[in-house]
Design a protein around this ligand. Structure first.
Ligand code: FEO
Length: 397
């Protein structure tokens, strides 16, 4: 295999995972994912993060190919989530004298996950670890997206090992660096990764970005996806935009429908939005499209129209799942419209109104509820709802 270098003595030794269907056993991986790890070969040898335990053998082969019989002295644990710490136990068996480097929140978690409590070096914000020519500095970035999350900065080569921050879904299909790939693909998968995994912690991400602002960064080496070296302002600007809930003009129309009545309302609303000049309209059947993609588009566009048929006096389960995730993610600063069908006792619209109270978005107009199929009156109301959304979006321009 090619040896992939970030600099004279820093190697990329991560792995592609094309077999796992769901990240964290929940988020779809149609294009796979990578677990990135880095090897710094100096007077002391240091790993930055490891890989998912399923890939430990391939991972060790990569280390052996570079180091031969030489041992690893340190492993920096930027993040304890097992997609990055999964090989730690095997790594300690392979290198019994290795020292684990983390912060004060890292090691209680390492003990909980792996029963390891020895050979640790606890670092604090700004601390330095000298490997020889290379000096590492550590900066904690709590809740991006776990409490112990930190980043590591190599001052000699100006590389930021950024952990999950700036990561993306998608494997390395030949290209490993940002200037070797079509960025449009990775922007979509970086956004889906950010919104799905880190998006609940936007204020923490904004604080982390501010904390790292003064650092001279020539490469960003995250723990998933491509390494950034030619488009660093591009990905930082994206993170600033996403973490501040800055949206584009557009509407995501989400519906759950058993027999097509709520779907017809969704199509009526979408058509009227288009008539009113809204160009970015995404209509999603919550039963068909995984919430992962819907969340990503909600982060992208200012407007959300959400509709549900009634189901056992409740929301339709697939819509309920979307609504719960949107509240859970704490997404802010959106425009909202609610619609649905009543069937025999209601429940869809009634509970979506509770969702509207919980999420505290700007509701553009009264909710619209068809008794069964759309009447002439509910058709007019659906068009009025779409017009109210379009009016509010016009105010954005
Ligand atoms: Fe990629 Fe939060 O682990």
């Amino acid at each position: 295999m090619h040896k992939i270098k970030l600099s004279d003595d820093i190697y990329f030794i991560g792995v592609n995972d094309r077999r796992t269907a769901l990240f964290e056993n929940f988020w779809p991986l149609p294009y796979g994912v990578t677990y990135n790890s880095y090897l710094i070969v100096d007077e002391k040898v240091c790993l930055v993060d490891t890989v998912d335990r399923k890939f430990t053998d391939d991972y060790f082969d990569k280390i052996d190919e570079i180091l031969g019989d030489r041992a690893v002295d340190y492993v920096v644990i930027n993040h304890v989530e097992p997609d990055h710490s999964g090989s730690l136990k095997a790594l300690r068996d392979k290198y019994p004298n290795i020292t684990l480097v983390g912060n004060k929140k890292t090691f209680p978690m390492i003990e909980n996950f792996y029963g390891i409590s020895e050979d640790t070096l606890t670092v604090e914000d700004g601390d330095e670890l000298i490997l020889g020519k290379h000096k590492l500095n550590f900066y904690t970035i709590p809740m991006v997206h776990w409490p112990e999350s930190m980043v590591t900065y190599d001052a000699s080569d100006k590389i930021l090992f950024s952990n999950d921050a700036f990561g993306s879904f998608g494997t390395h299909d030949g290209g490993v660096f940002d200037d070797e790939v079509n960025l449009a693909f990775y922007e979509e998968e970086a956004m889906r990764y950010f919104t799905n995994i880190v998006g609940k912690y936007c204020p923490h991400t904004a604080r982390a970005l501010a904390k790292l602002e003064g650092i001279d960064i020539k490469q960003i080496a995250p723990s998933h996806g491509i390494i950034w070296r030619s488009n660093i302002p591009y990905i930082i600007e994206k993170y600033q935009k996403w973490s501040s809930y800055t949206t584009d003009n557009g509407v995501v129309v989400i519906f759950g429908s058993m027999y097509g009545n709520t779907e017809k309302m969704a199509d009526t609303i979408a058509r009227q939005l288009a008539v009113r000049g809204v160009k970015n309209i995404r209509v999603y059947d919550a039963s068909k499209t995984h919430v992962s993609y819907i969340i990503s588009d909600v982060f992208k566009y200012k407007g959300v129209m959400i509709g549900s048929c009634a189901y056992n006096n409740e929301m339709f389960p697939a819509v309920e799942n979307v609504a719960r995730e949107l509240v859970h993610k704490g997404i802010k600063d959106h425009l909202l419209g609610v619609f649905g069908s009543y069937s025999w006792n209601g429940g869809g619209v009634k509970n979506l109104q509770k969702f509207a109270d919980d999420i505290k978005w700007d509701v553009v107009n009264s909710s619209v509820e068809a008794k069964g199929s759309m009447s002439a009156k509910t058709l007019d109301e659906a068009i009025a709802l779409a017009n109210a959304m379009a009016d509010k979006l016009d105010e954005m321009v």
